[in-house]
Design a protein around this ligand. Structure first.
Ligand code: S3P
Length: 183
C-alpha cells in the first residue's frame, strides 16, 4: 500500500484457535452491519473441502499459501469496511503480519490454555491438534506465536470472564478511538 493512502478501516481479529475470533466476529458483524470475512470459511469454500482435508490432501504449506493469497486480496483500499476473522496460524509468516496491519485495526483475542483446550476438544476441525497430547501441542504453538500476535496487534484483549457482547463493546470503543486518530 502507498504510505500516503488512508489505511483501510477493517477490524481484524487474530488469536489462537479457540480464542473466540469467529464468535466475536459474528457479534461485531451484527452490531456494525459490516460484511464478515471468516478466512477459514473462504478458504474452505474455494477449495471445496474442509481445512482438515486441505491439510491431509495438499499439506499445511499449501494451506498457508492460500491464506497469504487471500490476505493479499483483502488489502484493497477500495473495498468496503469489513470484519475479518483469521485462522490462528496466520501470524506465522512475516508477509502476513505486514498485510494484517495494512488491513486495519488488529485485535488479538487471548484466552487461557484451559479454555483453549476445552473449546478445541469439542470437534476435530483442527488438524494441528490431531495429536495424542493436544495440551502440549497448544503450549508449544503458543510459545512461538505469542510474540507474533503481540507484534502484529494494535490491541490485546484478555477474553477471560467476558461474554462476546462485552468483548464486542470494548473492541468497538477502542476501534473508534483508533480510527479517529488515523483519519
Ligand atoms: C490454525 C487455526 C485454524 C485453521 C487451521 C490452522 C492454526 O483456525 O486456520 O486449522 O494454525 O492455528 P482457527 O484459529 O479459527 O481455529
Amino acid at each position: 500500500m502507498n504510505e500516503s493512502q488512508t489505511p483501510p478501516k477493517n477490524i481484524v481479529l487474530i488469536g489462537f484457535m479457540g480464542s473466540g475470533k469467529s464468535t466475536v466476529g459474528r457479534e461485531l458483524h451484527q452490531r456494525l452491519g459490516y460484511p464478515l470475512v471468516d478466512m477459514d470459511h473462504v478458504i474452505e469454500q474455494r477449495a471445496g473441502k474442509s481445512i482438515a482435508a486441505i491439510f491431509a490432501d495438499e499439506g499445511e504449506d499449501k494451506f498457508r499459501e492460500m491464506e497469504t493469497a487471500l490476505l493479499g486480496e483483502l488489502v484493497d483500499p477500495a473495498a468496503p469496511r469489513r470484519i475479518i476473522s483469521t485462522g490462528g496460524g496466520v501470524v506465522g509468516r512475516e508477509e502476513n503480519r505486514n498485510l494484517l496491519r495494512h488491513l486495519g485495526y488488529v485485535v488479538w483475542l487471548q484466552a487461557p490454555l484451559a479454555v483453549i483446550l476445552e473449546r478445541t476438544s469439542k470437534n476435530r476441525d483442527r488438524p494441528l491438534l490431531h495429536t495424542d497430547d493436544p495440551a502440549a501441542r497448544i503450549e508449544a504453538l503458543l510459545a512461538v506465536r505469542k510474540p507474533l500476535y503481540a507484534e502484529t496487534a494494535h490491541l490485546k484483549v484478555d477474553t477471560s470472564g467476558l461474554d462476546c457482547g462485552e468483548l464486542a463493546t470494548g473492541i468497538l470503543e477502542s476501534a473508534r478511538y483508533f480510527f479517529t486518530g488515523h483519519l
